[in-house]
Design a binder for this molecule. Structure first.
Ligand SMILES: *[C@@H]1O[C@H](CO)[C@@H](O)[C@H](O)[C@H]1NC(C)=O
Ligand SMILES: *[C@@H]1O[C@H](CO)[C@@H](O)[C@H](O)[C@H]1NC(C)=O
Ligand SMILES: *[C@@H]1O[C@H](CO)[C@@H](O)[C@H](O)[C@H]1NC(C)=O
Ligand SMILES: [Ca+2]
Ligand SMILES: [Ca+2]
Length: 354
């Protein structure tokens, strides 16, 4: 593992620290024939990737009318001048590339005379064998039907790693490792903090849950929500709604007759209230007398089962309670101070947060 890490760092270093003119990509281009190498210099065992790409692209003004083959050849070393063919593709080979000793390369390519043709050789950790001059040659005919050949060359040289390079590298590695250690320390501190916050959040959620369970009774699920009614009373509709929000819901909003019947049936069954007659509904007609809108969602309430002679409070009664015994509605003051008249909390909580 350590050796692998060393090799990786070293290869990064070799790529970085070489004078860029030596290891940079190279391209040569003649008459639409282009050959590129990803590296002009490789170090066996250190260079991770090498790509040689031999392409022909037909363009306006080219001497070629068409090409019928693309041939990639190479010499044994950069100083050599004897080429042997290593891969070719022709107009008649059905996009199959003929290979002749491609030294373990992953070979791709196609022949499309009206667009572009290419042969690409890709190596992972190439051996020193790949060094040499590469020639990309296109064969075809000119606009008057004469045979025409053009080629472009690039060289790939293998150079060995020197002791000096290694020593410089070890220095740089030291700096890099110190930096990594620093990052790791920072990361560890961050992780500790996240874990701490996570624990605090869990604790907080548990406390909210306990308080909810202590002061309320919950219904079954209906229409995607649970309803809870409090065992205690609140004279302030704003605070009552805040408590519902803390539990992940809001003062109940009754949208249709089925929901009305479910909620009314649920509160009607509660027998543990002593002296509590009503429960807050999350609706108000404050500022638009006689039209009831929901406090939290802002929607309009349209299902009412008013108690006899209600609503009767006009602008003095702009909030709403449901009488638990009769299951009927009454307009009611939003802030009730008579301790005998305080309504219970009635929250609607979506199942996904309940
Ligand atoms: C070679 O060049 C052609 C044309 O630009 C391109 O489509 C192809 O992806 C290249 N292959 C590699 C492996 O770079
Ligand atoms: C195929 O490769 C061998 C060995 O590199 C070489 O001697 C031969 O000439 C090549 N074939 C062609 C058609 O170049
Ligand atoms: C680590 O954190 C300190 C302060 O929190 C900061 O100054 C430093 O740049 C960080 N180091 C790294 C490598 O992120
Ligand atoms: Ca009113
Ligand atoms: Ca009333």
């Amino acid at each position: 593992m350590l050796i692998l890490a060393f090799a990786l760092l070293l290869s990064a270093f070799v790529a970085e620290s070489q004078p860029s003119a030596l290891s940079s990509p190279r391209t040569a281009s003649v008459d639409g024939v282009v050959i590129t190498t990803s590296h002009s210099q490789i170090h066996e065992g250190l260079t991770e990737h090498l790509t040689i790409n031999c392409t022909f692209t037909h363009h306006q003004g080219s001497n070629f009318n068409t090409i019928w083959s693309l041939i990639l050849s190479k010499t044994d070393s950069p100083s050599d001048s004897v080429y042997s063919e290593i891969a070719s593709i022709t107009a008649f080979s059905n996009n199959k590339i003929e290979e002749n000793n491609t030294m373990g390369a992953f070979v791709t390519g196609h022949h499309k005379p009206d667009a572009y043709s290419f042969i690409a050789l890709e190596w992972t950790f190439p051996s020193s064998q790949v060094e040499g001059n590469y020639r990309c040659e296109a064969n075809g005919m000119d606009h008057r039907g004469h045979p025409l050949t053009s080629s472009a060359n690039v060289a790939v040289a293998e150079t060995s790693v020197t002791i000096d390079m290694l020593l410089t590298k070890m220095n740089q590695m030291n700096t890099k490792m110190e930096d990594m250690e620093m990052k790791l320390t920072n990361y560890t501190a961050l992780e500790k903090r996240v874990n701490h916050l996570d624990a605090e959040l869990n604790d907080l959620m548990l406390r909210v849950e306990h308080s909810k369970n202590a002061i309320t009774v919950a219904s079954d699920s209906y229409g995607g929500s649970h309803y809870i009614v409090s065992k205690l009373v609140w004279g302030n509709v704003v605070e009552a709604n805040r408590l519902c929000r803390l539990y992940g819901g809001y003062l109940v909003e009754i949208n249709d007759r089925h929901e009305y019947d479910f909620v009314a049936g649920f509160v009607n069954k509660q027998t543990h209230f002593s002296g509590v007659a009503g429960a807050w509904i999350g609706a108000t007609d404050e500022g638009h007398e006689g039209t009831w809108s929901f406090i939290t969602s802002g929607g309009t309430m349209s299902t009412f089962v008013w108690h006899d002679s209600e609503p009767n409070g006009g602008t003095e009664e702009n909030c709403m309670v449901m009488w638990m015994a009769t299951k009927k509605l009454n307009d009611y003051p939003c802030f009730e101070s008579d301790p005998k008249q305080l309504p219970a909390l009635l929250c609607e909580i979506p199942d996904r947060v309940f």
